[in-house]
Write a protein that binds this ligand. Structure first.
Ligand SMILES: Cc1cc2nc3c(=O)[nH]c(=O)nc-3n(C[C@H](O)[C@H](O)[C@H](O)COP(=O)(O)OP(=O)(O)OC[C@H]3O[C@@H](n4cnc5c(N)ncnc54)[C@H](O)[C@@H]3O)c2cc1C
Length: 422
């Protein structure tokens, strides 16, 4: 009996396990998932916790309950992967032999890697909503905050969901306005990028929206240290930004076991994959998806979703000894909450940056334009996540390859919108 082991049972691991189970019978292969606990958190929902709109328990469900009954879930900490011996070792000494392996262990927050960040003031005036504990603690602090300097800072890249800190900024501005204290709060968004977003057209739109709301933008500042006691963030270039309340996105790494496993990845714990086939070079039977890959593509649930299709097809081919048939184009799709019941949607891939238009075709959700429809789309997505995306069902109108129909691709050739960013 062939055995497929999936390391990490979050967004990517769960959807791949369920799709594999649909594609292969239990007689074709056994499927074993590994994770350290049984709590599957809907991470996009963390954005709502600081505003008191969601609780952590309402965002969390049993991992096991998201898996098809004929999938085994082993709870344990992965310690190493032996690529040559085709085995995953757990911290308790268990060894899981595999014929094919999927690494979907996500990204790890590393706040301790920024000087001073976890020192005085951490979780008192310096918070992150990227962890469950941080999001819950920030809810209390933000509810009490009614005057002073609010700084939202991305400390370095890469991070998961690069739009989430912008969303937090817009929602905070909106909440402070509704509380009647907006004129007493100075809001600044700090980013290591040279614009509000990575790609020029979206960056120009988002910078405009920040300016419209009176939010300051500090660009190209990668944070070297945070002094919570003094309320000061310092960049590697010596520039400083002072705050009364700081909401930061800490440095992200891959997984520590990746660094300990020869041939699997880089020193930061990200798995080295072929950007199109998602296979580990030299090991077609080992594939990775989601936040743990070393790809430049955004680290987002939508990316894990689209990559999942490629991983399933290429893994089955590898089991049969065939070359990889499927290719990933870098398709990324993100809703960005703007406050006031509006959101905007961006959809892009490695070759086509986010442009205005409609998704998934000429009639659909507006792209790169604040709309009520996109806000409702984002709200509806949580239900799709639990009931369609994780179980591995097709999502209507949403496909692996980025749709071109409906997009104003002519904008890509305008001289003022090309060339400024990667
Ligand atoms: C605040 C916030 C907002 C977001 N908003 C959005 C959004 O609006 N849209 C969007 O598309 N994406 C969003 N994301 C990103 C999205 O949640 C992630 O990109 C997605 O979950 C990645 O899936 P993954 O399978 O790679 O990793 P994860 O879902 O994080 O799963 C990784 C799993 O691996 C397990 N694991 C790791 N190491 C080990 C080990 N050594 N042993 C055992 N198990 C291990 C972990 O416990 C975890 O369950 C957001 C993220 C955050 C934090």
């Amino acid at each position: 009996m062939r055995r497929i082991v999936i390391v990490g049972t979050g967004t990517g691991g769960t959807l791949v396990a369920n799709r594999l189970r649909r594609a292969l019978t239990p007689d074709d292969a056994s499927i074993v998932c590994v994770d350290r606990d049984d709590d599957h958190l809907y991470q996009p929902g963390l954005l709502n916790v600081p505003f008191g709109r969601r609780t952590l328990s309402s965002l969390t469900r049993s991992r096991r309950a998201q898996l098809h009954p004929h999938i085994e879930l082993v709870l344990g900490e992965v310690d190493t992967v032996d690529l040559e011996g085709r085995a995953v070792s757990l911290a308790d000494g268990t060894a899981l032999r595999y014929d094919a392996l999927v690494v979907a262990s996500g990204a790890t927050l590393a706040p301790e890697e920024t000087e001073g960040l976890t020192g005085p003031g951490w979780m008192e005036r310096v918070f992150t909503f990227y962890s469950p504990a941080g999001a819950a603690a920030l809810a209390d602090a933000f509810a009490r905050f009614s005057a002073g300097r609010l700084v939202v800072a991305v400390l370095d890249t890469p991070i998961k969901c690069p739009v989430a800190p912008l969303e937090f900024t817009f929602l905070a501005e909106d909440a402070l306005r509704h509380r009647g204290v907006r004129d007493k709060v100075e809001i600044t968004y700090v980013t290591p990028l040279d614009g509000a977003f990575t790609r020029p057209i979206a960056s120009a739109h988002l910078s405009g929206l920040l300016a419209e709301r009176g939010i300051g933008l500090v660009t190209a500042l990668a944070t070297a240290s945070v002094d919570g006691a003094a309320g000061r963030l310092t960049g590697y270039d010596g520039r400083t930004v002072d705050f009364d309340l700081a909401v930061v996105v800490p440095v992200h790494n891959g997984a520590a076991f990746v660094t300990r496993s020869p041939g699997l990845g880089d020193a930061l714990g990200f798995v080295t994959v072929d950007p199109k086939t998602l296979q580990v070079p030299g090991h077609p039977e080992v594939l990775a998806l989601g936040d743990v890959t070393d790809l430049v593509t955004s680290k987002a649930g939508s990316v894990a979703h689209f990559e999942g299709d490629v991983v399933v097809e290429n893994l089955i081919a590898a089991l049969d000894g065939r070359p990889a048939p499927a290719r990933f184009d870098g398709h990324t799709n993100c809703f960005l909450e703007l406050g006031g019941g509006k959101a905007l949607l961006i959809d892009f891939n490695n070759d086509v940056e986010p442009v205005p238009g409609h998704f998934p075709g000429p009639v659909g959700l507006p792209l790169l334009s604040p709309s009520r429809l996109d806000h409702l789309g984002k709200a509806a997505f949580e239900s799709l996540y639990w009931h369609a995306l994780l179980p591995g069902r097709p999502l209507p109108g949403i496909s692996r390859d980025m749709p071109r129909r409906g997009k104003k691709l002519s904008m890509l050739h305008h001289p003022s919108t090309t060339g400024a960013h990667p």
